[in-house]
Design a protein around this ligand. Structure first.
Ligand code: NAP
Length: 318
């Protein structure tokens, strides 16, 4: 059964906004949100005051400092401290004010760089992390463990979801700091518009990655927060991966770009392969619904209308 009121932390982000859209169809659930201007989630005193006033039954913690390889690699201090600040402030205030249910959003970058594929939940902390996003991953591991410890020590159901790479409506399209899929979509769109003959993609193009449509993730999160006894942490993915070069070709096709696509091996590749094992979440009764082709179509439509409306997100996230 779903909680009666849920605070969606980070509701203006890609994940948070998808969760709010998904919760709109749940007639008996009140969704509580606050903008950053009204509540800095990294400020423990402000966060505690907010929880004392609004008393949500549950929390979905989707607020974080998020970015692609470049931003993660260049700003490890910010990625570690900002994320720890938000996690600690929200999780501690939730517990202190009697919130019995909290779902924390991590990421599959918490798993070792060379974890056996597809990556299952038991790979956590078995060998070294990928260096380029180690600070962010460590902060996410702390959040996951803190939820596990609260559950074990105090009996509250604080648990975590580890999504694979996400894409969809309301993504961030900052030219240098965004994730690979929105970065490529935006570049191929610009290349088509300006008639560019060639698009060069970062790295060798050979790393394999998995992508999940964000509305599928939102559906999974609402499913998980309704489970009586959810796993402490669970992967959420599509279960399908492809190379970055294959992704680039798919995006070019979606956007209608017909020029040449080449690679730049002098740029970092990141983890060679990342595919999640989604058996655990499947065993709880959830399964992904949107294919990459369908998701890309929807995402490009959203990109065009966000651009037209002047609402396309291009924040630096640092
Ligand atoms: N995107 C992915 O591919 C991906 C993959 C795996 C996991 N995840 C996880 O999913 C979660 C959400 O990611 P996302 O892609 O939705 O990121 P996003 O679009 O950047 O959204 C994050 C939101 O958090 C808010 N936020 C951050 N710090 C805050 C603070 N101190 N006070 C108030 N609000 C704050 C941001 O507010 P502003 O709008 O004001 O900046 C933003 O709206 C994160 O935990 C991330 O680790 C994402």
């Amino acid at each position: 059964m779903l909680p009666k009121s849920i605070f969606v932390a980070g509701h203006r982000g890609m994940v948070g906004s998808a969760v709010c859209r998904r919760l709109e169809i749940e007639k008996n659930v009140e969704t509580i949100t606050r903008c950053r201007a009204d509540l800095d989630l990294g400020n423990a005193a402000e966060v505690r005051h907010f929880f004392e006033q609004s008393r949500p039954q549950a929390v979905i913690l989707a607020a974080a400092l998020v970015g692609g390889i470049h931003a993660n690699n260049a700003y490890p201090v910010e990625f570690m401290t900002e994320n720890l600040r938000v996690e600690l402030a929200v999780i501690e205030a939730a517990f202190a004010t009697g919130v019995s249910r909290l779902l924390f959003l991590g990421s599959t970058c918490i798993y070792p760089r060379l974890a056996p594929q597809p990556i299952s939940e038991d790979q956590l902390l078995t060998s070294p992390l990928e260096k380029t996003n180690e600070a962010y991953a460590l902060a996410k591991i702390v959040g996951l463990k803190l939820c596990e410890y609260y559950r074990r020590e105090h009996g509250v159901i604080y648990h975590s979801a580890m999504p694979t790479n996400l894409y969809g409506k309301n993504d961030n399209y900052h030219p240098a700091n965004s994730h690979v899929l929105p970065a490529l979509l935006s570049r191929f769109h610009a290349a088509k518009e300006s008639g560019l003959e060639e698009v060069v993609i970062w790295g060798t193009g050979s790393p394999r990655r998995e992508f999940l449509y964000v509305d599928d993730l939102a559906d999974a999160l609402v499913h998980l927060i309704g489970l009586a006894d959810p796993p402490d942490w669970v992967n959420v993915g599509s279960g399908v991966d492809l190379t970055i070069l294959e992704l680039a070709h798919k995006i070019a096709k979606t956007v209608g770009y017909q020029g040449k696509i080449s690679t730049d091996p002098s740029k970092p590749d990141g983890t060679p392969r990342k595919q999640t094992n989604i058996s655990l979440i499947r065993s709880t009764g959830w399964t992904p619904k949107t294919s990459l082709d369908q998701g890309l179509e929807e995402t490009y439509k959203a990109f065009l209308s966000e651009k037209l409306a002047g609402t396309l997100r291009t924040s630096q996230n640092k």
